[in-house]
Structures are given as structure tokens and as C-alpha cells.
Design a protein around this ligand. Structure first.
Ligand code: COA
Length: 351
């Protein structure tokens, strides 16, 4: 079965009214990790491209990151929470199993609008964009879409095969309907036939936490790295090709590729297979590590700060994650009301 795709040529009249991100203050370098793990900067950099990542403070949870990014996105749009009609939070590391994280974000913003989570792992922001755009088509006025993650809370800090890969952060966008704007086509898909490729085996309803789980640490993230790597390259490439074909676009019409930031080698391989040169791919994995559902909006906000999102530019977004899930879409960039900035725990005018 093929993945679900909006019909050929079909784009949605949706614009990013606001865009912002939030990174926790604490920077953990590869050398920092090498002090506590049997690893080294050279191995991490050459295998993954990661130099450092951000880690949330002990008193922070995913919703705190999401709230900071959401406030900054509202500021960027020149809007208040009263202008929102829905809040969608893409996360695979919610504050709690129950309730969802989005209602907590809504409460902090002083809002009682529709608020729910999406768990599509690292593809979550692409899924949330598609859902948010669909909500605008059926009457919503402004949808806050957040990708927020605290992956460092679900990795075993003593497991070098995963602990070096992940970081924490959040990115947020406010979607509004605009007849002059264009979001899509989308290609989203999922293959749940082999979830153990990348998962937390225990801690859910299949295997609730008990003494054995805590002993085995099987409530923490584990993966088969090589299989994940191969599938990430294949799925992001195929999905990107699908949206380009559906749009009738050649790769030369893509001004910037903003892919899920899991590994520089994965992004380079996807770029090569698509025929998009490295200078047209935005990279943040070196500074952020893999922030799962937050990675695409974090990278998008970073690209704008770097002056790489110009009015009318065609941006190709693509992501891949646990599930497996994957997704891609095109975005025609239009400036937001204010120039946003990435905020940090220590400040940032937008918070
Ligand atoms: N530091 C030092 N050595 C490490 C290490 C670390 N952090 N992690 C693993 N190693 C060792 C392994 O133990 C192995 O040693 P051995 O040959 O003595 O057995 C060696 O390095 C090679 O391990 P391998 O897993 O084959 O490395 P790799 O080249 O496949 O790279 C990943 C590993 C994880 C970087 C790579 O598979 C990858 O990026 N996968 C995708 C992960 C990902 O992006 N997940 C999220 C997707 S959304």
C-alpha cells in the first residue's frame, strides 16, 4: 500500500503567520559526554555530525519547552492566544501519559480552545502541519502547531548507542488560511510492521513498568541503528520525490531542503539522491542533535534567522521517525509579521 498523498497539484491555502523556537540553556558537548561514557568527539562527529545538543533543566518538562516556543510564535505573528482556535502539539515525550501535553500548553497560554497531541515520533511536526491545515479548511481560524520534545528523558544516559544522538527543544508555528499562500502537496505514510526498530519496548499497555522493566531499562529508547539509517534515507528520499512529482516541480525549483535533523550523513544521502546540493540543505543537527518532532520547526526557525527563508521561496520539508512514520511537504515561504528569534531559558525578547 502506498502512503497517503494529497492529489496531484493540490496545495492548501495556508500560511505561517508565526514561527519560533525554544532551546534550553544547557549545552552538552561531545567532550562532556566522553567524560561519562565510553565515547569520543571524533566518533560522534564523524558518525552523526553532532557537536553538541541542548538538555532541559531538571525542573523543566516538554510542555515548558512547548509553551516558550508557542509564546514566541504568537509574538512573531503579532497575535495573542485569544486569536487561536486550536493547539496541536506533536510530541513523543509527553509530560504525562495522561493527559496530553497540548491542554497544558493551552492552559499556560490562558486558552480553552481545542487542544490535543499527535504522536508520529520524529515525523510529528509534518503530521501536525497536515492536520492543522485540514482544520483550517474546515473552519478553524488559527492553529498553533508545536513540535516539542525532551528525548534526553527517555534515553539511558549510560547507553552510548543512543545517548549521544538526542537533544531537547521545541519549535512552533501558527497556521492561518490565506488564499495567496501555498502549503503542500503532502505525502505522509506509516509502516508499523516492525516497531522494535526504534522504540521504548516497555512502559506502555503492552508491558507496563514493573521491577523487571526497571532492571532491564526496557522503558528507555532502544534502536537498531543501521536499519533505522537505511529506512530513513529511503523513506525521506521517496517521500520527497513524491511531493515534487505531485507538485510538478523539479529539484531545481527547491530553494531550501529542511529535513529532519537526525544525522548529517542521512541528510547528505537524501540530498544526493534527490539531486539537491549540500548548500541548499539547512543543517542544525551539529548544534541541536536529534530533537525528534521539534527538529523540523527548530531547523526552519534557524534557517530564517540565518536569512535563508526569502519571500516566495519553495521549501521542501521532510521527516522520518519511529513507527515507522515519514512525511514531506512543500511550503512557499511568506514573511511573518515580526522577525522571530530563537529563545533560550535565559531570556529572549519574545518570551
Ligand atoms: N561512541 C563510540 N563508539 C560507539 C558509539 C559511541 N557513541 N556507539 C556505538 N559505538 C561503536 C559500536 O559499539 C560499534 O563497535 P564494534 O564495531 O566494536 O561493535 C561501532 O561503534 C560501530 O557501531 P555501528 O552501530 O555499526 O555504527 P554506525 O556507523 O552504524 O553508526 C549510528 C551508528 C547510530 C550513528 C547510525 O547507525 C545511525 O545514525 N543510525 C540512525 C540513528 C537515528 O538517526 N535514529 C533516529 C532516527 S529518527
Amino acid at each position: 500500500m502506498s502512503s497517503s498523498t494529497i492529489p496531484k497539484g493540490h496545495t492548501l491555502p495556508v500560511r505561517f503567520a508565526g514561527l519560533a523556537s525554544y532551546l534550553p540553556d544547557r549545552v552538552v558537548t561531545n567532550d562532556d559526554l566522553a567524560e561519562v561514557l565510553d565515547t569520543n568527539d571524533e566518533w560522534i562527529r564523524t558518525r552523526t555530525g553532532i557537536r553538541e545538543r541542548r538538555v532541559l533543566a531538571p525542573n523543566q518538562a516538554t510542555s515548558d519547552l512547548a509553551i516558550a516556543a508557542a509564546r514566541a510564535a504568537l509574538n512573531d505573528a503579532g497575535m495573542t492566544a485569544d486569536d487561536l482556535s486550536a493547539i496541536v502539539v506533536a510530541t513523543t515525550t509527553p509530560d504525562h501519559t495522561v493527559p496530553g501535553t497540548a491542554p497544558l500548553v493551552a492552559a499556560a497560554l490562558g486558552s480553552e480552545v481545542t487542544a490535543f497531541d499527535i504522536n508520529a515520533a520524529c515525523s510529528g511536526f509534518l503530521y501536525a502541519l497536515r492536520v492543522g491545515a485540514g482544520m483550517l479548511a474546515t473552519g478553524d481560524s488559527a492553529v498553533l502547531v508545536v513540535g516539542a520534545e525532551a528525548l534526553t528523558r527517555i534515553v539511558d544516559p549510560g547507553d552510548r548507542s543512543v545517548a549521544v544522538l538526542f537533544g531537547d527543544g521545541a519549535g512552533a508555528a501558527i497556521l492561518v488560511a490565506d488564499d495567496q499562500a501555498s502549503l503542500g502537496p503532502f505525502d505522509l505514510g506509516a509502516d508499523g510492521s516492525d516497531p522494535s526498530m526504534l522504540w521504548t519496548e516497555a512502559g506502555g499497555t503492552r508491558q507496563p513498568v514493573d521491577g523487571g522493566v526497571l532492571h532491564d531499562r526496557s522503558n528507555l529508547l532502544s534502536m537498531r541503528g543501521g536499519d533505522v539509517y537505511r529506512n530513513a534515507v529511503a523513506r525521506m528520499t521517496a517521500s520527497s520525490k513524491q511531493v515534487l512529482a505531485d507538485a510538478g516541480f523539479g529539484v531545481d525549483q527547491v530553494d531550501l531542503l529542511v529535513g529532519h535533523q537526525a544525522n548529517i550523513r542521512i541528510l547528505e544521502a537524501v540530498g544526493q539522491r534527490l539531486g539537491i546540493p549540500a548548500e541548499r540543505s539547512h543543517i542544525t543537527v551539529d548544534r541541536h542533535g536529534n530533537t525528534s518532532a521539534a527538529s523540523v520547526p527548530l531547523a526552519l526557525a534557524d534557517a530564517r534567522e540565518a536569512g535563508r527563508l526569502n519571500p516566495g521561496d519553495t521549501i521542501l520539508l521532510t521527516a522520518f521517525g519511529a513507527g515507522l512514520t515519514w512525511g514531506s511537504c512543500l511550503l512557499t515561504w511568506q514573511p511573518t509579521r515580526h522577525q522571530g528569534t530563537t529563545t533560550t531559558a535565559g531570556g529572549g525578547g519574545a518570551m
